[in-house]
Design a binder for this molecule. Sequence first.
Ligand SMILES: Cc1cc2nc3c(=O)[nH]c(=O)nc-3n(C[C@H](O)[C@H](O)[C@H](O)COP(=O)(O)OP(=O)(O)OC[C@H]3O[C@@H](n4cnc5c(N)ncnc54)[C@H](O)[C@@H]3O)c2cc1C
Length: 430
Amino acid sequence: MDRHDVVVIGAGFAGLTAARDLREAGKDVLVLEARDRIGGSTWYQPDVFDGVGLEMGGTWIVPQQTHVWAEVQRYGIPVEDSELPGRMTWSDRGTVLDTLLPVPPQEYEQLEHAVRALIADASRFDPLRPLSEQDVADLDVPIRQWAENAGLTGNAKELMMSWFCGCANANEDTGSALDILRWCSSMDSSLWGMVQASVLGFTFTNGTASLARAILADGGAQLRLSSPVREVESDDEGVTVTYDGGVVRADRVVMTTPVGVWQDIEFSPALPADKLAISRENHAGQGQKVWALARNVPEDISGFGWGTSFDYVGAMKTTERGVVLVCFAPEHDRVDAADLADVQRAVREFAPEAEVLDAHSHAWVHDEYSKGTWATFRAGQFAEYELCVGRTEGRVHFSGSHTARRWRAFIDGAIESGKRTAAEILAAEQ
Ligand SMILES: Cc1cc2nc3c(=O)[nH]c(=O)nc-3n(C[C@H](O)[C@H](O)[C@H](O)COP(=O)(O)OP(=O)(O)OC[C@H]3O[C@@H](n4cnc5c(N)ncnc54)[C@H](O)[C@@H]3O)c2cc1C
């Protein structure tokens, strides 16, 4: 049986980073990846709408995400800043408003109150420390409840809920408000910074895959694709990992799969009750990202909606055939991405004349190796699970963006976690 110092399960950014750092320290590392590609929850497809490259998963980064930014600099990966949208579009239950703001003038004070409440609550904690150890349990509530507790009403409340749901990729009764306030907090409590970190940051000129490939090549870890792991059995001397295609032994294992996937792997000893519980509950990020190519749409549309199928529709670029739109919905299956008429219906809630020519999406929620999009917490999960998700179990080290601090659920968080886990293993062996 093959023996390695470390077996890394999953070749997303967490796994690739951990493998590289361990290789740099002289470890013999094998990466086992279930899919036939690296990148995990990032997936750049170079040629979709007539040669346009699309990111099916993780897309935007900002310089404040210091881990991913450092990797981009290290490998000289080209990135480009997003253009500011020329206008904002607001859709109130399908009615497009062409007003300055999505609230009537007599409610501007309400909007100001909403922004103040967001910044005040985001300023209450330090995103670099575990939130469950700070006095903010009152914010770990569903998005709707946070808005009500903050005294928001009318359109200002709906705008804030739509924005939070967009960030959480979850609906207003599921997603934790605290997890979204964390985004604002991580941008030094700047609302504008939070907007940049969500859909106005930098994108990878040659796709996220360009960075994933650079990290893999640098580390030189062995990689086996199409090798889903089925069993992880620990004993006093090491860990036996069984995957489709073989069995390997290692001193230690790095586990980077999304939490919802843990329950499908047989662990011995069994996963502790808290890890099993969150795996079964899963995280809140259960929405959709859909790309559409459309005609008769403003080239600079950037639209937020409430009571609409998509909660965000934004233009990314213009081709000879039309405008490339990125669209998000806070729940899966709200829009049938395989049905152009359905995508058109949903886009028309933002651009009534739109003619959708093509659409493309990946159903992350139904993908057995993801079971969700990005790993935002459900309300109440901070207290229960924030620390348990990254806790080491014997020789098995739990990593992945869901275990990160400042930028959990981002590419940056995945890299942060990979670095942390590699350092943890090296420290444990000293
Ligand atoms: C639609 C979408 C949009 C996003 N937008 C952004 C964004 O704009 N900016 C941003 O920073 N982040 C974004 N994210 C989040 C970001 O992509 C993730 O947080 C990050 O890529 C997670 O990396 P990871 O290595 O922790 O996990 P993953 O990338 O999920 O890697 C885990 C790996 O484990 C593999 N695996 C699963 N089960 C097994 C098994 N049994 N055996 C072996 N391997 C297995 C998977 O195939 C996968 O490759 C987005 C994610 C999605 C899905």
